[in-house]
Design a protein around this ligand. Sequence first.
Ligand SMILES: [Zn+2]
Length: 366
Amino acid sequence: MITKGQRIFTIRGIPIEINYSWFLIVALVAWSLASHYFPGQVPGLAPRTYWGLGIVSALALFGSVLLHELGHSVVAQRNGIAIRGITLHIFGGIAKLSREADSPGVEFRIAVAGPAVSFALALGCLLLLRLPGWPEPAAALLGYLRFVNFAVAIFNLVPGFPLDGGRILRALLWWWRGDLQQATRVTGAIGGGFAFSLMFLGVVSFALGNAVQGIYFLFIGIFLKQAADASVQQVAWRQALQGITVGDVMAREVVTVDPDLTLARLADDLFWRHHFASFPVTEGGRVVALKVLRDHPRARWGEVRVREVMLPFGPDLQAGPREAALDAFARLSQNPLGRMAVVENGERLVGYLSVKDMLHILALRS
Ligand SMILES: [Zn+2]
């Protein structure tokens, strides 16, 4: 997934991650700046200078994108929404909020913050450029950053969800009509239309011989379309799960497993009979969920004990029975098992929750 990456450093408690695809775009931008843009802007420099300018500018572009995402993040944090991380990737960056804003006002402020940062950066470059005495390459760099930050702000203000402009429009519609789901559908449709325009532009570019730019537009369109669809679906889920607790949807009949069982016994006694892919492991009242069988060669099932392959029981593998089903679902879809143990008072096992149960409820209610 493009929104996952390698953690590089942390700012204000926010992990900053880089997706591998990011290196490709930085190299591509640096190359295109060094071989086309800067030689056109400031002719007559040494190739080495163009390359230096290209690399510094490409990194500064993504530094600007990072500041844009930090703008969203800081405002979200101030409104009590934790940030799971910021990931830089081939299409820019994304700030991963732990949850959606719960009022139009908060949504509006978070959405506006990013483009505001980009505009401020563009304005900063503009003012710096007014100062006399810049060497030619430095002036060219500032001129480029002024242009791209302005472009980043404008692009993100397109009023289609999930772009910032779409979030701003959604907040306004939500505030005006009081219906989040409808506001999301409207802005999601605009976002989808914008995404299709980008794909179309990509195909046209490609046909006109601009292969790299064409492919990039095509993929950014596909990326935005998927993001728009996912957001609309998420809001529908949120609506469907409103007022439902984990206790309402969990399975109450839980088959538990002893840690000293071999995988072979587990398969014979439990797996083939119950068809669950995972079981809570209990030992002295302690619960440990685990993923079994699939990851281990069948030949070794006779020797390997559950204890050796079980997943340590962390917060992402458990929920409380009175917790909102939506919150649990968010964690459930992140964890590798797609299941979690429902535990009361931090110890007693009262149920088991799976993505499948959740989807079943969603299908019934929406
Ligand atoms: Zn933004």
